[in-house]
Design a protein around this ligand. Structure first.
Ligand SMILES: [Zn+2]
Length: 285
């Protein structure tokens, strides 16, 4: 039995549009395509992130079962509900699995599953979410044992949210990046500030310094070219730099959307770009 990994992929999901003109210009608003990654050594395994709706996380649990392994841990890379709310379905299928995350990320995860936030998430996914959300506990140290192998958790600070991390498995040359690196998908920049975007660029430098060939992004284009680590890190760096420049030259959401769409016509989930543009340049009331 040997060390390997496998990726569960979820296509973009329709959500109600909250930005003017999107549906007329582009089509149905969608939540980004998402992944969850299973890393296993022999019959022991770790799942990294666990999606958001009840249905997809139940399917994820069945998919993990089909790998004939015992799930030791579920690691959540960062405090965003779309990587976290599937936890009850995974734990129902694997009651012995321990859900863990960076200790410093847990207050924000608890906030994500608070009644107020759950109402917000239910607005995106009506009647599709767990009614009994759970938060992970703190990971002790910075490693996760998987059979005879060790995965290392690397905290990288703020990216598209605070307290982000990636999982590195040196013996596989593998990084599982959560939202730190995106694969041919618009990056979530709504709510970002110059400081947070600079922090995200530093986080990409930290990931680039890890010896790895393969990188599984939390958000991956359904027809992504590959999972090449270098390509994705370089493209994510370029996207951030291009966004910064386009933002500086734009005064309206439409200008920013036009500039970024011209530069990135084929990325998955353009709705993400529109939300960022209206958040950063829309009229405030
Ligand atoms: Zn995400």
């Amino acid at each position: 039995m040997s060390l390997d990994y496998d990726v569960f992929v979820v296509d973009p999901k329709p959500i109600p549009s909250a930005v003017p003109g999107f549906e007329e210009a582009v089509g149905t608003a969608t939540w980004p395509p998402s992944t969850a990654t299973l890393i296993r050594d022999g019959d022991r395994a770790v799942l990294v992130d666990c999606l958001i709706t009840e249905r997809e996380s139940r399917e994820l649990a069945a998919w993990v079962k089909s790998h004939d392994c015992e799930l030791g841990y579920v690691y959540i890379t960062h405090p965003h509900a779309d990587h976290l709310l599937g936890l009850p379905q995974i734990l129902a299928a694997f009651p012995a699995a321990r859900p863990v995350a960076l200790a410093e990320s847990i207050p924000a995860m608890q906030e994500q599953i608070s009644p107020g936030y759950m109402q917000v998430w239910a607005g995106f996914f009506p009647d599709q979410l767990t009614r009994e959300p759970v938060a992970p506990g703190p990971l002790a140290g910075d490693t996760i044992a998987i059979g005879g192998t060790t995965a290392t958790v690397i905290p990288v600070g703020t990216t598209d949210t605070g307290h982000s991390s990636v999982v590195h498995v040196p013996s596989l040359g593998l990084v599982v990046s959560g939202d730190v690196v995106y694969n041919q998908t618009h990056m979530w920049l709504a709510g970002s500030m110059p400081d947070s975007r600079a922090s995200w660029a530093r986080a990409l430098d930290a990931v680039a310094a890890l010896p790895s060939d393969t990188l599984i992004a939390g958000h991956r284009h359904p027809q992504a070219a590959d999972d090449d680590a270098r390509r994705q890190i370089d493209e994510s760096r370029q996207y951030l730099a291009d966004f910064e420049q386009a933002l500086a030259r734009s005064t309206t959401p439409a200008e920013l959307i036009d500039r970024m769409t011209a530069a990135y016509p084929d990325l998955a989930n353009p709705y993400t770009l529109w939300v960022a543009a209206y958040d950063l340049l829309g009229t405030r009331t």
